[in-house]
Design a protein around this ligand. Structure first.
Ligand code: HEC
Length: 178
């Protein structure tokens, strides 16, 4: 209900005029606002505390999920394979689907040789009709240029069969669909 003020101002002027609330009400409102802010801040911090280790895990160890499945002996083998595969990363995206100097190696086992549309293989690779498995990889990686004459993969072979076995163990796990 609009009333005319005592000073005789039109009622509309009264409406627009916000009287400041009494000081205790304002203080209460302020402290309520602070409390809400603190609650928001605390939940933000809690969310950060939970997600930071996850981020760190993803950023630092791309094989965390694989390692979690392996027993101690296999884990040691896998780690040796990771080290042996270091030079391969120069030319291959091993776990993703990027094209580099060489084709990516994602889902390598069971893949037909030279079959990625995204990559321009040497003629020998394009014409071959078999698929990659433990046996063909073992032969190829022992001596790339000797086993696939004309291949553009300029990489010295890995002559030690135990090292190849470790490398293949790593490749089998790291290149599988995840
Ligand atoms: C200097 C670069 C280079 C390095 C290092 C290298 N590769 Fe290659 N790789 C290539 C190229 C280029 C090709 C394509 C070969 C062709 O078309 O003849 C290839 C092809 C392959 C293929 C066949 C893929 C397909 O789609 O058929 C496999 C498997 C492979 N490399 C594994 C490896 C592994 C494992 C290592 C590490 C031990 C490695 N490569 C190191 C350049 C490299």
């Amino acid at each position: 209900m609009l009333k005319r003020s005592a000073r005789g101002l039109p009622a509309g002027r009264e409406l627009c005029h916000h009287r400041p609330p009494p000081i205790d009400a304002r203080l209460r409102a302020d402290s309520q606002r602070d409390q809400i802010l603190m609650i928001k801040l605390r939940s933000l911090l809690a969310a950060l505390a939970v997600s930071l280790p996850l981020w760190a895990l993803c950023a630092c160890d791309r094989y965390a999920d694989i390692k979690a499945e392996l027993g101690p002996a296999d884990l040691a083998r896998f780690k040796r394979g990771v080290r042996l595969a270091t030079p391969c990363w120069e030319c291959h995206d091993i776990t993703g689907t990027g094209v580099n100097v060489g084709p990516h190696l994602s889902e390598l086992y069971g893949r037909q040789i030279g079959s990625l549309q995204s990559y321009g293989y040497s003629p020998g690779f394009r014409e071959a009709r078999w698929s990659w498995d433990a046996r063909s990889l073992d032969i190829y990686l022992a001596n790339p240029q000797g086993s696939m004459p004309g291949t553009t993969m300029v990489s010295p072979g890995m002559t030690d069969p135990r090292q190849r076995a470790d490398l293949l163990f790593f490749l089998k796990h790291a290149t599988r669909k995840r």
